[in-house]
Design a protein around this ligand. Structure first.
Ligand code: IPE
Ligand code: IPE
Ligand code: MG
Length: 264
């Protein structure tokens, strides 16, 4: 295929695009290192990739995009890298505010923002509030996000709700999946359909372990700052070729099996 984005995106649109696309954006540091630059330059270049992928999702009418931007484990990094990352987040939020409004994108955060620098918290809250009515794309930024933290938080929320209801018997009964799931950060989002990880690493690094239960996984060696529309095309093209069974059987397998029994 010709991989110019004006030719390829209409091709993808004919098939099923993911309802929820998630990306573990990895390799910013390595990208910078290879160019003899500081790691933060890699993060800056990564922000341009974020721009590109958001635009592509709007184009393709993908309704939910989750981006893993900072994990609960990323606090282990040197202070100067952490503060540069949050400075970059602040700069990006200010710079892109109008673009979000114009393209009808609403911002959502998954993660515990209490630990973030006050300025980032303030900007995030403000952007979330002002974009809340936008309906084209939900941009779910995962910041200070970790699946294990999220699960513990969800249990606490669930128990508190039950206590508030005051029904003693109900407090210790097993919840349904639905009752539990509502309490995750992503309680209002569909499960992940396609999960992309860049930079050659084949692990989840504590990202959306439950929401990815039936996600199609796509790994690429391309570093995040080099990830463009063409790479996204490859990922979605492969997604559209995968057979998703969710534990069941496809129609044709069932049919051919029935035929076998008749012939015996
Ligand atoms: C991903 O790039 C961005 C964040 C985790 C914030 P990395 O910073 O992990 O880049 P590498 O893995 O060192 O190349
Ligand atoms: C995962 O990348 C976190 C983000 C992309 C924000 P890391 O670079 O932190 O993951 P590990 O350390 O390689 O597992
Ligand atoms: Mg990394």
């Amino acid at each position: 295929v010709d991989t110019d984005k004006d030719t390829i995106f209409p091709l993808l649109k004919k098939g099923q695009v993911p309802r929820h696309l998630a990306v573990i954006m990895d390799g910013n540091g390595r990208w910078a290192n290879r160019k003899g630059l500081h790691r933060i330059e890699g993060h800056k270049a990564g922000a341009d990739s974020v721009d590109r992928i958001i635009r592509a999702c709007v184009n393709l009418e993908i309704p939910v995009l989750s981006l893993y931007a900072f994990s609960t484990e990323n606090w282990k990094r040197p202070d100067r890298e952490i503060s540069a990352l949050f400075d970059l987040l602040n700069y990006y939020l200010k710079k892109k505010f109008k673009t979000l409004i114009k393209n009808e994108i609403s911002l959502k955060i998954s993660g515990d923002i209490a630990r973030l620098p006050p300025r980032s918290r303030e900007l995030l809250k403000n952007t979330i509030e002002k974009t809340a009515n936008s309906k084209k794309l939900i941009l779910n930024l995962c910041i200070n996000y970790g699946s294990r933290d999220e699960i513990l938080m969800a249990i606490e929320k669930l128990v508190k709700k039950r206590i508030a209801m005051g029904d003693i018997k109900k407090i210790s009964s097993q919840p349904t999946w639905q009752e539990f799931e509502e309490n995750l950060y992503t309680g209002d989002l569909p499960d992940i359909d396609l999960l992309i990880r860049t930079a050659g690493e084949k692990r989840l690094s504590n990202f959306m372990l439950l929401q990815s239960a039936y996600a199609e996984l796509y790994f690429t060696d391309v570093l995040w700052p080099d990830f463009d529309e063409k790479e996204l095309f490859h990922a979605i093209d492969e997604f559209q070729k995968r057979v998703r069974k969710f534990g069941g059987l496809t129609e044709d397998v069932v049919k051919s099996d029935v035929l076998k029994n008749i012939n015996e």
